[in-house]
Ligand binder design. Structure first.
Ligand code: ADP
Length: 487
């Protein structure tokens, strides 16, 4: 099968969150299973310039954006001996410090930037004569592609056999822009109605994708259910419901080789399920690095996250002074909303014996936390999939999570009587429920035998990509066959 991934993030090139991990792993697994996969990604500033010596440059492509013509260049890069990454270059749009904006504001021309990206993709596929069976789009940044295929390219024989998939990684980001900018899309005003892309006077790119994609997926089954509800649908619950027969939840995996405590080069000492004592060397290093007391017996809670409301920080912050009174250490690595950056930095200064606070994005430090912490805390308000809990499980770091989205699908509350379960789970979104669960976990931590059972249960879980990739392939095939059935 010919498969094209359209994405705004991909590990190892550009990442703000889980979307990048998915697009860095799934295409490689699909390629291993015999499919031809090409991935389109903007050529951002942070992508290593040296890499472009090894690319093949295609001819310039001109794109009409409203009454302007903007040129883009595509660099084709053979990656990991399995897939091709097509970097879309336009320095005005993508040669910036961040992907979507600063910690204060989104870039004001995000509509232009990603309309351009998508239009370049559609033209490039023709230029290289690569007809995809599946065009797999991700989030609002590429959600117009299904719209283009069903409108502008409806009669286009080149895309006749192309089926579109839209994976929603997060309903909270929809790509909403002023109606005045709608002509940039090149779509007819007929598309700007309440039944289509219009959403309270604005154009909503994700809504377009939801309505037009052949298949919708979310990154966990629970989240596919949740987004049909007002609490999680972010205003699009009715639109999602309308498409529920074409909506599937497939849990994300993690790359087994990339996330492996036995081989991870960024941690101090490698360890495995049979050498858990070595994990605690990493704990000591982490404590030292964060100027916390180096003590194997004090439970250490890790938090690796974007600092946004989604992540449950509003029920966590009121507990911080209380945690400072308890027998616990907390190491936080995160960056995001300015007010949270500030608040957590303050906690770090106020309670240096309890909190190690690192306001930054640092992929290596994240690994040291996964390896060295005893627990990984995710009190999320909502969580489409969540990767930190999966990484935590693999590194013997027990997840403490709220029962939502992918957290609910992957973490099972430990039951002392049966010895089953891989973490701690609470349901009610309140600081009290969170505190109670933290207290319970700290209590269990005191019992070394019991704790070891939870750690081992977690390390035995298999959340690799293999099973999930098979589910995508099954859906791709099902969709492809529909044409044959109706032919
Ligand atoms: P989301 O996609 O909502 O941000 P996920 O849990 O799905 O949340 O994925 C987050 C990914 O980003 C994980 O791999 C996590 O380790 C990583 N991550 C988040 N914040 C940071 C940070 N400040 N530094 C390094 N890695 C981070």
């Amino acid at each position: 099968m010919n498969i094209v991934f359209a994405t705004s993030e991909m590990v190892p090139f550009a990442k703000t969150g889980g979307l990048a991990d998915v697009c860095g792993s799934l295409p490689l697994v699909l390629a291993e299973k015999g499919h031809t996969v090409k991935i389109f990604l903007p050529k951002y500033k942070m992508i290593d310039a040296a890499l472009f010596y090894a690319t093949q440059e295609l001819d310039l492509i001109d794109i009409v954006l409203g009454d302007e013509v903007v040129s883009g260049k595509v660099h084709v890069y053979d990656y990991a001996q399995r897939v091709q990454v097509l970097f879309v270059e336009n320095d005005d749009f993508f040669n910036r410090d961040d992907l979507y904006g600063t910690s204060e504001n989104d870039y004001p021309d995000n509509d232009r930037r990603f309309i351009f990206f998508q239009k370049v993709l559609l033209k490039t596929l023709k230029a290289i004569n690569f007809k995809p069976h599946i065009l797999h789009c991700h989030d609002w940044q590429t959600a117009l592609l299904p719209v283009y295929l069903k409108t502008v390219h409806k009669e286009d024989p080149f895309y006749e056999k192309t089926k579109t998939f839209l994976t929603i990684h997060n309903m909270a980001y929809q790509g909403m822009f002023s109606s005045a900018a709608f002509p940039l899309t090149g779509l007819s005003w007929d598309e700007f109605t309440v039944e289509k892309l219009e959403f309270y006077g604005k154009s909503n790119f994700l809504k377009g994708g939801i309505l037009y994609a052949d298949v919708l997926t979310t990154v966990s089954q629970r989240y596919a259910q949740e987004i049909q509800l007002k609490e999680f649908g972010c205003g699009l619950e009715a639109v999602i419901k309308q498409r529920r027969n074409n909506l599937y939840g497939i849990i994300n995996g993690i790359d087994k080789n990339e996330w492996n405590p036995e081989t991870d080069k960024d941690i101090t000492v490698n360890f495995s399920i049979n050498q858990l004592n070595k994990k605690y060397i990493n704990k000591g290093v982490l404590q030292k690095e964060n100027k916390l007391a180096v003590d194997r017996n004090v439970p250490l809670v890790g938090i690796v996250t974007r600092l946004t409301d989604q992540k449950g920080l509003d029920i966590l912050t009121p507990l911080m002074p209380q945690l400072a009174q308890m027998e616990v250490q907390v190491v936080l690595l995160g960056t995001g909303d300015k007010r949270y950056n500030k608040k957590f930095a303050q906690f770090g200064e106020e309670y240096p014996d309890t909190f190690g606070v690192n306001i930054m994005f640092d992929a290596q430090m994240a690994r040291r936390i996964y390896a060295g912490a005893d627990m990984i805390l995710m009190p999320s308000h909502f969580e489409p999939c969540g990767l930190s809990q999966l990484i935590g499980l693999r590194y013997g770091t027990v997840p403490l999570v709220r029962e939502t989205g992918g957290l609910a699908d992957t973490v099972i509350d430990f039951n002392r009587n049966t010895g089953k379960g891989n973490g701690f789970v609470f349901s009610e979104y309140t600081k009290d429920a969170l505190l109670k669960t933290i207290q319970k976990a700290l209590e269990y931590y005191k019992n070394k035998e019991l704790w070891r059972t939870i750690v081992v249960n977690g390390m035995r879980c298999d959340f690799s990509w293999d099973a999930s990739a098979e589910k995508y392939i099954e859906l791709y095939n099902k969709e492809k066959k529909k044409d044959l059935m109706y032919a």
